[in-house]
Design a binder for this molecule. Structure first.
Ligand code: AMP
Length: 207
């Protein structure tokens, strides 16, 4: 399949987890603006420092910063037959810019109700060595790596509620925007990881 895929959904919908599966399935590289921003924060670049303020408050980073990051990323060789966008676009202006620079052939929306999101995010942990995502109850890590797991700074209940508000106000309207272009497929994300993965696989086959 040529062209790019967008994984769409609220924070904590399982985009990162499912992205790993889609990468193995399609060979397309994952382009996660959240991961790119966290790398910039860690590196202490001026852009990272500016982005950190928004991220810690659960707010969206300004469109021009994100669009600049994406333009640069898409120039790399591995992006030439399309990529898997995870957490991008998050606003209509971002989607409009993307339309100018990439061929999006499918948008997979992972739907999860707000009440489930808060439980998921507050218990979420990441393995800093592999980037693998776990949950203290729903998807526990193997005991031998449990000690090295970290919690994202913005995975607290207060910040999650701000991120959900940003999602509903700024990102959710994109579902209709992509539906109008016949690109949107919806899967029920309030399910077992494996069930969601197989629904996504079916959706990708039908596109
Ligand atoms: P994520 O890992 O996708 O949940 O992103 C973490 C945080 O990075 C978000 O809460 C935003 O502050 C910022 N961020 C990531 N992607 C975007 C984007 N496409 N547009 C604006 N802000 C973003």
């Amino acid at each position: 399949m040529t062209g790019s895929i967008v994984l769409f959904g609220p924070p904590g919908a399982g985009k990162g987890t499912q992205a790993g599966r889609i990468v193995s399935l399609t060979g397309k590289p994952q382009v996660s603006t959240g991961d790119m921003l966290r790398a910039a924060v860690k590196a202490g670049s001026p852009m990272g420092l500016a982005a950190k303020e928004y991220m810690d408050a659960g707010l969206l980073v300004p469109d021009e910063v994100i669009i600049g990051l994406i333009e640069e990323r898409l120039q790399q060789d591995d992006a030439s037959s399309g990529v898997l966008f995870d957490g991008f676009p998050r606003t209509i202006p971002q989607a409009e810019s993307l339309e100018q620079i990439a061929d999006v052939t499918s948008v997979i929306s992972i739907e999860v109700p707000d009440e489930a999101i808060v439980n998921r995010i507050v218990g979420r942990r990441m393995d800093p060595e592999t980037g693998e995502i776990y949950h203290i109850i729903f998807n526990p890590a193997p005991a031998e790596i449990a000690d090295r797991l970290i919690q994202r700074k913005d995975d607290t209940e207060v910040t999650v509620r701000a991120r959900l508000a940003a999602f509903h106000e700024q990102t959710a309207p994109l579902a209709q925007w992509y539906a109008d272009r016949n690109l949107l497929v919806t899967v029920d994300g309030n399910n077992d990881i494996e069930i969601v993965a197989s629904e996504i696989q079916e959706a990708l086959k039908s596109l």
